[in-house]
Design a protein around this ligand. Structure first.
Ligand SMILES: *Cc1c(COP(=O)(O)O)cnc(C)c1O
Length: 423
């Protein structure tokens, strides 16, 4: 199946007489005729659903779709993107361990790494996106469990140097984890570029309609946990799961552990209803990503020609600092729908501009059908210090535009009239 067909059809195949559309199984639990049958499920010797915290048929179909899109060996859907990241990280990190992450990451993830995980003894060593091999290698030690980045960084739209990060990770035997939220598997497939685990906020393009908060972990199945001294937990019996050794379920060790141990204990599962709606959204992902990308390119071009704009960053613009990486890592010339730009002026002019917009709304969200705009420095990244903002690549006049799938010329007219109104 081509990826376009997978968007529409993967994950659910009805049998004779069954519903054509993935049904919503809004049930916490499942019936078995004998206790012995149920025991087999607990032993993982038979497949089936026990309790919706662990798995559910609607959620499983959605997981199978995203797994097929990313080219993984197993996926675990979660209640939000941050829940997916947390679960994936705790699947390999204990107190005393550390993560090596690029600085250019989503503000919420930055807080998770920089504040909350530290409270539990998990340290993050941040490196700048321009860092070379030596600089990254220097901060890796025997407690480093993850190298982390975003394919397309939110909000500064930097594209990760996959070749370099995958090489360092491989040389040191460290798991390479990538947040692919803003690129989506239509534009970039990190597993093909050396990532071992992919995480998503499905609240963004995968759902695409801003209706459900959700997340997912996809296991690349391409990491060798067996005998790797960095990951002892995968190589010794899990006494909390009657002695299961996770390497015995290879290649899906990471996703099996994430589900039967981490999801069991942390409980941040995706609700069946959210899986149902997000799956419906994902059926048109391939169409939407093309339109988001086309519209964003037109908006980026129009903005870059406007005298009130200081700079525009969009990897689809020739001459953009990320253009070459987009050519190398992205599919079919697509670049996603996120454009960032700086207005000539300061916070006040940014505010006036945003207030003058009519069609484009101010929203703390991105990546849905409706075009929206946000000023990160005063909202999503408000908690960050001035130095942290610089480290995340956010200047005071940076505006993040999430270009939707409306008619592009309506969007450009709105942007232009609002720029006219500021001074
Ligand atoms: C939104 C977002 C998240 C967090 O996802 P939630 O679903 O809001 O928890 C993580 N990473 C990126 C890149 C995001 O854009």
């Amino acid at each position: 199946m081509d990826i376009q067909t997978k968007c529409v059809q993967a994950g659910y195949e009805p049998k004779n007489g069954e519903p054509r559309v993935l049904p919503l199984y809004q049930s916490t639990t499942y019936v078995y005729e004998t206790p012995e049958q149920l025991a087999k499920l607990f032993d993982l010797s038979e497949d089936g659903h026990i309790y919706t915290r662990i798995s559910n048929p609607t959620v499983a179909a959605f997981e199978a779709k995203v797994n097929a899109l990313e080219g993984g060996v197993g996926a675990v859907a979660c209640s939000s993107g941050l829940a997916a990241e947390t679960l994936a990280i705790l699947n390999v990190c204990n107190a005393g361990d550390n993560i090596v992450s690029l600085t250019t990451i989503y503000g919420g993830t930055f807080n998770l790494f920089n504040v909350t995980l530290r409270k539990y003894g998990i340290d993050t060593r941040f490196v700048f996106p321009q860092a070379g091999y030596e600089e990254i290698a220097k901060v890796i030690d025997d407690k480093t469990k993850i190298i982390y980045c975003e394919t397309l960084a939110n909000p500064n739209m930097n594209i990760a140097n996959f070749e370099l990060l995958a090489k360092v990770a491989k040389d040191y035997g460290v798991l390479f984890m990538v947040d692919n939220t803003l690129a989506t598997p239509i534009i970039c497939r990190p597993i093909e570029l050396g990532a071992n685990v992919v995480v998503h906020s499905t609240s963004k393009y995968l759902d695409g309609h801003a209706s459900c908060v959700g997340g997912i972990i996809v296991d690349g199945g391409n990491f060798d946990f067996k005998g790797n001294p960095r990951y002892p937990e995968f190589n010794v019996p899990d006494e909390s799961y009657h002695g299961l050794v996770y390497t015995s379920v290879a290649p899906a060790c990471f996703s099996v552990k994430a589900r039967v141990q981490m999801m069991r204990d942390l409980g941040s599962c995706m609700s069946p209803f959210n899986a149902y709606l997000t799956n419906l959204g994902a059926e048109t992902l391939h169409l939407r990503m093309v339109k988001h990308s086309e519209n964003a390119l037109l908006c980026a071009k129009a903005l870059s020609q406007n005298p009130k704009i200081e700079w525009v960053k969009y990897s689809g613009l020739e001459g953009d600092e990320n253009y070459d990486k987009a050519q190398k890592y992205f599919t079919d010339g697509l670049n996603s729908g996120m454009v960032v730009f700086g207005i000539k002026g300061d916070k006040e002019q940014v505010c006036d501009f945003m207030k003058a917009l009519k069609l484009i709304k101010i929203v703390t969200h991105i990546a849905d059908t409706r075009t929206c705009i946000l000023h990160p420095a005063t909202t999503t990244h408000r908690q960050l210090s001035a130095e942290e903002l610089v480290a995340c690549g956010i200047s005071e006049n940076l505006v993040r535009l999430s270009v939707g799938i409306e008619n592009p010329y309506d969007l450009i007219s709105d942007l232009e009239q609002a720029l006219q109104a500021i001074y």
